[in-house]
Design a protein around this ligand. Structure first.
Ligand code: CO
Length: 142
């Protein structure tokens, strides 16, 4: 039943930032990105996020929100911020989760709603070549 799993497009690269205003100014003024969304809080995930929209995908800027934000530790180790995760699209998040578990991957938690408003899961970087991988369900008809 694993055989029908398809890895979809690269959707975004997540970048942890210590200061969202400065990060947006960098992408706008230095990198000349012309399409950057307004920052929004995603309280259940402990982040404020904004998207830098590019023809090929997005950079997802994430800043800690709240005392228990999962990216506070990352920023302790990387005070200037840094590349945090990368995200691939999948058709069915629950199927993807079970396929990954069958293949010996540690899946971090249950599917939950991510910054794009669709369910996501994360794969343990220790099983993925040191990269935190996000899988995101995406519905092509939207
Ligand atoms: Co992400």
């Amino acid at each position: 039943m694993d055989d029908d799993f398809k890895l979809g497009a690269m959707n975004h690269v997540g970048v942890a930032v210590p200061d969202m205003t400065e990060a947006i100014a960098f992408y706008r003024d230095v990198m000349s990105a012309t399409d950057i969304t307004e920052p929004k809080v995603l309280a259940p995930q402990g982040v404020t996020y904004a998207f830098v929209n590019l023809p090929t995908g997005q950079v997802e800027l994430i800043e800690p929100y709240g005392e228990t934000s999962p990216i506070l530790k990352f920023l302790e180790r990387n005070p200037k911020g840094g590349q945090h995760h990368m995200c691939f699209e999948v058709e069915d998040i629950h199927h993807a989760k079970s396929v990954m578990e069958n293949r010996g991957m540690r899946v971090l938690g249950e599917p939950r709603i991510g910054a794009h408003g669709t369910p996501v899961v994360f794969l343990h970087p220790g099983d993925a070549g040191g990269v935190l991988i996000e899988l995101m369900e995406i519905h092509k008809e939207h």
